[in-house]
Design a binder for this molecule. Structure first.
Ligand code: 4AD
Ligand code: MG
Length: 425
């Protein structure tokens, strides 16, 4: 039988069952009588130990080469693993030029170094772990919204018509929320961010939800907090070794920081309170905090620390700062809308959302002021024909991974990062 490394490692039958395992050599150790190889195929962090006698030619079996091993699965005498593969036949599928290969056996390469090799870095333990976590987190998010069914990916076809890249699925979700009371989408979104920051990409994945008949921001915040916590618990229980490796190698102390986030109720402050807090500490900042001005990353990070490193919702932002669709709070001279951002440790803004302006006349005026009336007739229609109070949010998926794993640079949590002047692969 052909087995993945993961299945081989977990095999119950170790009484010499004949199996075939394929993968890449992660280490070679040759002793007088025997040769030890470790084979990895991406199915688990742990590699499978292959034991071969000295009749096998170790020169061929270089670090990085791809191989197919046939042999018997047996109980390992070593305490380090339960199972090992006693090789009867080893076939090199593809040689690896070890001298030119950018990764060296046993060396722990920093993430910045690995980033130079987007086409090869997924062969390292650390990127393997990050990407397995990414995959588990994707599944966890889908199962949060849709507990029992498989995901259907829609086909895209542009024919000969000019097409635009979407910056958000929100407006389409709002259309859907006029018939389905709870909808979500999870896919790539695009922003022409002229930024080399550690938390911006030109193409990132966003989880967006839209909920009809919501009564307040509170309703939305509850879903955001449940999404964050439920998905994270699923990831932690489905790939504990990979999360552990990231925490141990990349971000010592992250395990405790994450637990702290999971066991506390997220906090809530208003934008106005946030600005007050920041003003008290303005000597710490490059950008002076001021009511009516957007929060900078440095402000967001300060607020999270100020809140004891518990994620914090900031609500009710100045109307003048926010897009036309956010619901008017009709409050005092400091005019705000029902917007919410969730700020998290290490990252800053992770979620952005709002109640939507469901009142026809309010929306009509806001559109007129933005000069968008003509283009958004269809959007006004949604308010003419059975409008309901609704709201939604978007969560940056890469920032989510950064937050739970403690990864400083967003380019390290996506297989092929696209950012300013870099869409090379
Ligand atoms: O705050 P944003 O721009 O909100 C929206 O797009 C809303 N229309 C979503 C909605 O209500 N349906 O983006 C949402 C989140 C941000 O909080 C951030 O985590 C992430 O998306 N994000 C980015 N992540 C990586 N690179 C970028 N350039 C990002 N821009 C936003
Ligand atoms: Mg935002």
């Amino acid at each position: 039988a052909k087995l993945s490394v993961r299945d081989a490692l977990g095999a119950q039958n170790t009484s010499g069952e004949r199996v075939k395992v394929q993968g890449w050599i992660r280490s070679v150790r040759s002793q007088k009588e025997v040769l030890f190889l470790h084979i990895n195929d991406g199915s688990s962090l742990e590699s499978l130990q292959v034991v071969a006698d000295s009749s096998f030619d170790s020169k061929e079996l270089a670090f990085g080469s791809s191989v197919e091993v046939q042999g018997q699965l047996v109980k390992s005498p070593s305490k380090r693993q339960n199972v090992e593969l006693k090789a009867e036949k080893i076939e090199v599928v593809g040689n690896c030029d070890a001298k030119a290969f950018p990764f060296k056996y046993k060396e722990r390469h920093p993430l910045e170094y690995l980033r130079q090799y987007p086409h090869l870095r997924c062969r390292t333990n650390v990127l393997g772990s990050i990407l397995r976590v990414r995959s588990e987190a994707t599944a966890a998010i889908h199962s949060f919204f849709k507990p029992s069914s498989k995901v259907k990916v829609p086909e895209e076809n542009f024919f000969n018509v000019p097409a635009f890249l979407t910056v958000s699925g929100q407006l389409h979700l709002e259309v859907m929320s006029g018939a389905f009371t709870q909808v979500f989408t999870f896919g790539p979104t695009f922003r022409a961010e002229n930024s080399q920051s550690r938390r911006h990409l030109a193409e990132f994945y966003m989880v967006e939800a839209e909920i009809s008949f919501v009564e307040s921001l509170q309703d939305l915040m509850q879903v955001m907090e449940r999404l964050f916590k439920t998905a994270t618990m699923l990831v932690l229980s489905n790939c504990p070794e990979d999360v552990e490796l990231c925490h141990r190698f990349i971000a010592p102390g992250q395990k405790d920081r994450l637990e702290h986030m999971l066991k506390n109720n997220f906090l809530i402050i208003s934008y106005t309170e946030a600005v007050e807090i920041l003003k008290q500490a303005s000597q710490n900042f490059t950008f002076t905090p001021e009511w009516g001005v957007d929060l900078h990353t440095e402000h967001e990070k300060f607020l999270v620390k100020h809140c004891g490193n518990i994620p914090v919702f900031v609500v009710n932002y100045p109307l003048a700062l926010k897009p036309f669709y956010m619901r008017d709070n009709e409050d005092g001279p400091q005019h705000t809308v029902a917007a919410v951002d969730l700020l998290v440790p290490g990252v800053g803004e992770l979620f952005g959302g709002s109640l939507r302006e469901e009142r026809y006349h309010f929306l009509e005026q806001r559109l007129a002021r933005s000069g968008l009336t003509e283009a958004y007739q269809w959007y006004l229609d949604l308010r003419r024909f059975g409008s309901v109070p609704h709201g939604g949010f978007g969560m940056g998926f890469e920032r989510y991974l950064q937050c739970i794993l403690g990864i400083d640079n967003i380019k390290d949590v996506i297989p092929f990062p696209r950012f300013t002047h870099s869409c090379l692969l």
